[in-house]
Design a protein around this ligand. Sequence first.
Ligand SMILES: Nc1ncnc2c1ncn2[C@@H]1O[C@H](COP(=O)(O)OP(=O)(O)OP(=O)(O)O)[C@@H](O)[C@H]1O
Ligand SMILES: [Mg+2]
Length: 186
Amino acid sequence: MVGYQTERSRLINWVEAHLQHPSPSMMVIQGEAGIGKTQLMNALLLWIQAQGISYAIGSGDAIERLTPYYPWRQILRQLLQLDDLADPQTRRSSISQSLQLPAELSPLTSLLNPILGVNFPETALIQDMSPSVHAENTRFILLEILRRCCETHQPIIFLETLNGWTLPLGARSWRSASSLFPSSLS
Ligand SMILES: Nc1ncnc2c1ncn2[C@@H]1O[C@H](COP(=O)(O)OP(=O)(O)OP(=O)(O)O)[C@@H](O)[C@H]1O
Ligand SMILES: [Mg+2]
């Protein structure tokens, strides 16, 4: 990659600070089309991979605009290391083991089925939910899982190419997600 030394150093310093003092924080790279944002991100990604730092990438690919929770499904599948597990039952066991979800969340876990390719049993509670309550609870369980993954691995999460993408978590949940990453945007 050509140039952007200052920006690259700034990003690396930010990651190093995050590793020394893990705390939720967010860095936004914005600029005109074709200016090199993805190149800059890829340069940081190479460095992160070389350091062995945990990371996940979600992309707001326009073609997947109608896929519910698309960026987050990519990110959670990576953080939970589900991509190598084809069988829904194996994925489910892996999630249960790695996250140790409390019993009170069990009635909601089947909401993850279409998003993470798992097969938690669906309860009557879920079947009786109105669409809006269903969506609200789906966002809740997704955020809870994201929070638990972040606690365990302190990953760097990349959200790429979100231009024009209405964040599928919706404004309300995005605010909740933002509260996981509260420091100021730069
Ligand atoms: N600093 C750079 N060094 C090398 N190649 C660059 C640089 N900046 C841009 N390019 C090249 O220009 C093209 C666009 O770069 P890139 O995809 O990173 O832009 P972008 O800002 O992510 O664009 P978009 O907003 O469309 O996603 C690519 O082919 C990339 O290789
Ligand atoms: Mg780009």
